[in-house]
Design a protein around this ligand. Structure first.
Ligand code: PEP
Ligand code: MG
Length: 290
């Protein structure tokens, strides 16, 4: 009943002419779930464990993931996204001069491989216990080797769908090749803007550089969407841009298949998409790119 409530209450996302666009939630825990979305596009698992001095146990993780799986139809779990800029005290990562360019996201696996192993085991166990198909993705993936290594390990645990986030220009440039290794891409426009424009995402003086309407960013998104279309695989956006009713139609015009956003953003984005045809979304995208 809980699942039906989450899936149905306001209908799926569509343009005025009926082109479907999945509207998904960005959540940090089960408490963030809302009934009016089609699933979870970004479960930021690090939010569960931000204040922990001890690593969460396998059992604790299974419980936290299962709590979300029982309440939503499709859930994309992001493996821990930590670094010295987003610290998880239990990891004990060494200080770094350039945290945003350092050991963060999937790169933590270079120092602490057991952390990802336990997390993948816990996600697989929670999926099995709840009869859910788990979708899993890794943050800060940069190379093919990272993507294929992650996919191999996740699949070995029996995880149904494996994807990677596109947050680094190198990954966007290789989107077509990445999709030979993984089942889906999720574009993190917050970090993709930071790394494309070499501008700290927290820096208010540089806000114009981080504007998601910057054509260079839109071109990278378009490349990913085109690669997804060719491969017949989903390519979504889960950065803040996806939750902006002015930008959402543009992203759809570029060809992305889902938008994942803070729960509070869903009604306005649904309304913005319903007011425009797919052709009008494409025209907006074309105008923005030029
Ligand atoms: C992003 O970078 O756009 C993203 C969705 O991840 P986070 O904001 O958690 O870094
Ligand atoms: Mg990110």
């Amino acid at each position: 009943a809980e699942k039906a409530r989450l899936a149905a209450s306001h209908g799926p996302g569509r343009t005025a002419d009926g082109h479907p666009v999945k509207l998904l939630l960005n959540i940090g825990s089960a408490a963030d779930l809302r009934p009016d979305a089609e699933g979870v596009g970004l479960f930021r698992t690090e939010f569960l464990f931000l204040d922990r001095k001890q690593a969460p146990t396998f059992e604790e993780q299974v419980a936290a993931y299962a709590e979300v799986f029982t309440q939503a139809e499709t859930v994309i779990v992001r493996t821990l996204d930590a670094g010295t800029d987003k610290p998880l005290p239990f990891l004990g990562l060494p200080e770094e001069p350039n945290p945003a360019l350092g050991v963060r996201g999937l790169r933590v696996d270079r120092l602490l491989p057991a952390v990802l192993e336990t997390q993948l085991d816990a996600i697989a166990e929670a999926a099995k216990a709840t009869g859910t198909q788990a979708w899993v993705m890794a943050p800060m993936v940069t190379t093919m080797g990272e993507a294929s290594g992650f996919a191999r390990r996740a699949r070995a645990k029996g995880i149904a769908r494996v994807g990677v986030m596109v947050e680094v220009p190198a990954a966007a440039l290789r989107a077509r090749r990445l999709l030979q290794e993984v089942d889906f891409l999720s574009i993190g426009t917050n970090d993709l803007a930071q790394y494309t424009f070499a501008a700290d995402r927290q820096h208010s003086t540089l806000a114009d550089l981080l504007d998601p309407r910057q054509p260079a960013l839109l071109e990278l998104i378009a490349m990913c969407a085109e690669a997804g279309r060719e491969a017949g695989k989903p390519v979504g956006v889960c950065g803040e841009a996806a939750g902006d009713p002015l930008l959402a139609p543009l992203l759809v015009g570029l060809g992305v298949t889902s938008l994942s956003m803070a729960p509070v953003c869903v009604p306005a984005v649904r309304e913005a998409l319903a007011a425009l045809t797919l052709q009008e979304c494409r025209e907006r995208a074309r105008a923005a790119l030029s």
